[in-house]
Design a protein around this ligand. Structure first.
Ligand SMILES: Nc1ncnc2c1ncn2[C@@H]1O[C@H](COP(=O)(O)OP(=O)(O)OP(=O)(O)O)[C@@H](O)[C@H]1O
Length: 776
């Protein structure tokens, strides 16, 4: 599917970043000061505004909470110190700024120069902790229908990308938020959700679609609901792995380059946007309960001082970056000024897109990243001043309720219910069809016999047409239903979970973070917290934790997808646990998160199970044997191409084609992840050509990529072969398959939204259930 067609198809229903769909409620009294230490330059060091209006605190009774809708909050502003870098240490840099407690940044050389913030994170703080304090309330709010924006601001090399994206051992705000969103869905059995993502960059004042390389130089438009990017591609996402694979693919297109401060410096601002729709679970009655919100996670490019040695293109990029950040500063100043009549949002694309967030709709969290280094004293001071000014921007977080036709969830729900009705009618029609002979008299039968003799072909084709229509409807219902995410829990409270009481843990599958760098960091902690290796401090807890999680993930995956294929072999049937799904329902691994889709899908398995497989054993066994069975697509591939062939217990040809096609997508996703990792490693290798471990790792990745490509080719042949070799004895099945394929082709819009490898995870889990049902 071409990105161009996707954009043209989408432009009419496009719901873009930075929309606010409801005029804010009247403001209430501002939060009181908590009397934390302040300094001459600090007007007030207020308590974290989020604490005064906790969005998902223990007392959360339901989604529609008037006190949340009316609350007035300031931007949450936090400051994160990174450790001194080896480069700074080698230069003899000293600590010039430090975290004095949890709320104050103080200057080492002039202790009266200090600033108060909602929270100050020292260099040893983990990103997970930063997420909990600075982002979780924004994510929780977005799940309740309140727009949210989290952005990292700071000079080049201060740690913005480290904070927003992170590294494999220390995932950043974006992956943590993605996990949290799916965790919240699992914890909210009373509602159903529809999620879509877009990912863009602003490079040299040009907006590029990172999910669609053909989407260059996109335009910002404005309508009654705010600014939006025209033609940006949005993908419906079904699992954390799915969303992360999109980011990985997007990162491939992002502009990065090196300067004398940062080897991998972001040359563009990026905005990862998650559109969240939710409604009470089940059939829709009233429309008023549908909420729609935007969560924007922004990694700004770093401002560059005259110390940044750049030439040519880098200098040009730097000047664009500085100009847009300057405009952001001016906009913030004017917003806090109180007297300003004109706010120059239009002076840069960044502020234009942030207009809705900054002008007071939704929650905003600004994480300012700084280095303590004395060589950057001025730059850090400027960041602190900017952060401090931002603290006084007032926002009114209001819950968005939507009643317009742009809600995809509503559209899908309606369509599902109409389709179900149609299906019922069709079934009734087929039952009442005279040639079923039910309730027929002798005379009818004679007439019918005559009719049949006269028009047998015609009748047969009518029957086939009806079967086809039914299959198409079923297919469409299944497909639409698959997009709507629901918890696997059965209880029905429609409130969001008590996150304070039952903290969600963020676990990642081993492949999910493959796109992030696996760097060895060599930073020294600043004097304020003693001298030790921050990698050890930050990494250790995460590593131990992740080890457990990876084990957990592997266990679940074994039970899930791999287990499924193994169980398709008759001799393994006995080992199948009927509780396998529920056992792992709380895990957030890709497979388990995808399980939320299972109970939404209908199958006709017993009938299917009687059918014979039409797959053939190809000449691809060598590829099978060489395939590393450690990836999701790998499991599936081996099962599909090898002895454990795909839908051997009787799915239709279309099912097989679907599954093969999904495998292709998944393999493509894994190739994208590997390529992304490879790119990162090559960048590291460029500066460290001697590192043999790095070279070895790169070689492994290259091998993996070529193997996967080879497997994709084999699958391609298999798809062709499976159609060619199908015995044409069952014409109804063939025509159903054809009809399904035709319907699929016609559903272009839909296809555009689900063309992603990670969807396969969901598909496999669905098929897993399907297979189990067939066995009972
Ligand atoms: N809190 C931290 N702890 C340990 N290392 C960090 C931390 N923050 C940043 N770093 C390291 O500092 C280096 C620069 O960080 P990063 O690339 O995130 O900076 P940036 O602000 O995004 O820079 P730019 O604006 O040039 O893209 C990286 O090697 C990163 O791993």
């Amino acid at each position: 599917m071409s990105g161009a067609s996707s954009r043209s198809q989408r432009s009419s229903t496009n719901i873009s970043p930075f929309r606010s769909r409801k005029s804010p409620a009247p403001p209430s009294a501002p939060p009181k000061s908590n009397g934390r230490p302040t300094t001459p330059s600090t007007a007030s060091s207020r308590p974290p505004s989020r604490l005064s209006v906790s969005p998902v605190g223990p007392s959360t009774p339901s989604l529609d909470r008037p006190e949340v809708s009316r609350a007035k909050e300031n931007v949450t502003v936090t400051v994160r110190f990174r450790p001194l870098s080896p480069r700074e240490i080698n230069k003899g840099d000293e600590i010039a700024w430090y975290a004095d407690g949890d709320y104050t940044v103080r200057n080492e050389y002039n202790s009266s120069t200090a600033y108060g913030f909602d929270r100050v994170f020292g260099p040893a703080t983990t990103t997970r902790h930063v997420y909990d304090v600075a982002a979780q309330h924004v994510v929780g709010g977005a799940m309740q229908g309140i727009n949210g924006t989290v952005f990292a601001y700071g000079v080049t090399s201060s740690g913005k990308t480290h904070t927003m994206h992170g590294e494999q051992k220390s995932p950043g705000i974006i992956p943590l938020a993605v996990k949290d969103v799916f965790g919240i869905i699992q914890e909210t059995p009373g509602r159903e959700f529809l999620l879509r993502v877009s990912y863009l960059e602003i490079y040299n004042e040009v907006i590029n679609d990172l999910l669609d390389p053909t989407g260059q130089n996109l335009r910002i438009r404005e309508d009654s609901q705010g600014t939006y990017v025209e033609g940006i591609k949005e993908e419906v996402v079904l699992s954390p792995a799915h969303a992360l694979s999109l980011i990985a693919a997007g990162e491939e297109h992002r502009h990065v380059g090196s300067n004398n401060f940062n080897l991998v410096s972001s040359r563009s601002h990026t905005i990862f946007n998650l559109t969240i729709e939710s409604s009470p679970r089940g059939e829709i009655e009233g429309e008023e309960d549908v909420t729609l919100s935007q969560l924007n996670l922004i990694d700004l490019a770093g401002s560059e001082s005259s110390k940044t040695e750049t030439t040519g293109l880098r200098r040009k990029e730097g000047s664009y970056i500085n100009k847009s950040l300057l405009t952001l500063g001016t906009v913030i100043s004017k917003l806090t000024d109180g007297k300003a009549t004109h706010i120059p949002y239009r002076d840069s694309k960044l502020t234009r897109l942030l207009q809705s967030s900054l002008s007071g709709h939704g929650r905003v969290s600004l994480i300012c990243t700084v280095t303590p280094a004395s060589s950057n004293t001025e730059e850090t001071h400027n960041t602190l001043k900017f952060a401090h000014r931002s603290k006084h921007v007032e926002i009114k977080a209001s819950q968005n309720k939507i009643m317009d036709e742009k809600s995809l969830i509503k559209k899908y729900q309606k369509e599902i219910s109409i389709l179900k009705q149609e299906l019922q009618q069709l079934k009734r029609g087929m039952m009442e069809n005279p040639y079923t002979m039910t309730g027929s008299t002798q005379e009818d039968l004679v007439n019918l016999k005559l009719q049949l003799e006269a028009g047998q072909v015609k009748l047969q084709s009518r029957l086939e047409e009806e079967e086809q229509a039914k299959a198409a409807l079923m297919g469409r219902i299944q497909r639409l239903t698959k997009l709507i995410l629901v918890s696997t829990k059965n209880s029905m409270p429609s409130s969001l979970p008590d996150t304070a009481g039952h903290r969600r843990r963020h676990s990642f599958g081993e492949d999910e973070l493959a796109y992030l760098p696996d760097r060895k960091r060599e930073y020294m902690i600043g004097d304020d917290t003693g001298s030790f290796d921050s990698e050890l401090l930050e990494g250790r807890s995460d590593i131990t934790y992740l080890d457990d999680l990876v084990k957990d993930y592997k266990r679940n995956r074994r039970r899930g997808m791999l287990g499924w294929f193994k169980l398709k072999k008759p001799e393994n049937l006995g080992g199948f646990s009927p509780n396998a799904d529920t056992e792992s329902s709380t895990s957030a691994s890709p497979s388990s998160s995808s399980k939320s889709l299972q109970n939404r899908v209908m199958f006709n398995d017993k009938k299917d199970a009687r059918r014979k497989s039409t797959s053939r054993r190809g000449d691809d066994s060598s590829v099978v044997n060489s395939f590393p069975e450690r990836t999701q697509a790998g499991d599936l591939f081996c099962a599909a191409v090898g002895g454990r062939r795909l839908p051997s217990t009787g799915s239709t040809i279309t099912d097989q084609m679907d599954l093969l096609r999904e495998q292709m997508k998944m393999l493509a996703g894994e190739v994208a992840l590997c390529t992304s990792s490879l790119k990162r490693l090559s960048e590291q290798a460029a500066s460290n050509p001697e590192d043999s471990q790095l070279q070895e790792h790169m070689q492994k990745l290259k091998d993996e990529i070529s193997e996967k490509k080879l497997q994709m080719r084999v699958l391609e042949q298999r798809m062709i072969g499976s159609v060619e070799m199908t015995p044409h004895t069952n014409t109804i099945e063939m025509s159903q398959a054809l009809s399904k394929l035709t319907t699929q082709l016609n559903e272009k819009t839909f296809e555009l939204e689900v063309c992603c490898p990670a969807q396969l995870i969901a598909l496999m889990m669905i098929s897993h259930i399907k297979c189990r049902k067939a066995f009972y």
